[in-house]
Design a binder for this molecule. Sequence first.
Ligand code: ZN
Length: 113
Amino acid sequence: MHEMSIAQNLIDVLRDEMTKHRVKTLRSVRLDIGQMSAIVPDALSFCFQVITDGTELEGVKLIMDVVPLMGYCQACDKEFKIKDYTFLCPTCGGTKIDTIGGQGMSVVEMDAE
Ligand SMILES: [Zn+2]
């Protein structure tokens, strides 16, 4: 279950942020989970609970939004949502597509007390 190491990374990030902003208690954290990241929100939530049990982060709620994979067409300079893993520009039919977003995980917002 790779969510365990992802949860651990997330906790490291949260602790850094809490120290930086002198926050003692967090209520919730909003995360963007990339559609292509292979992170299962329920599994991540479960791992997070297990690791934070009995720590200062116990009870912090994870709010997760799954964000779609976006493509950028080099030919016509347009961004679009990639559907069904089709790396084809819907505007010009170009195939030189860079992917943006939809991968990995990022902390969007932290709700502190
Ligand atoms: Zn295009």
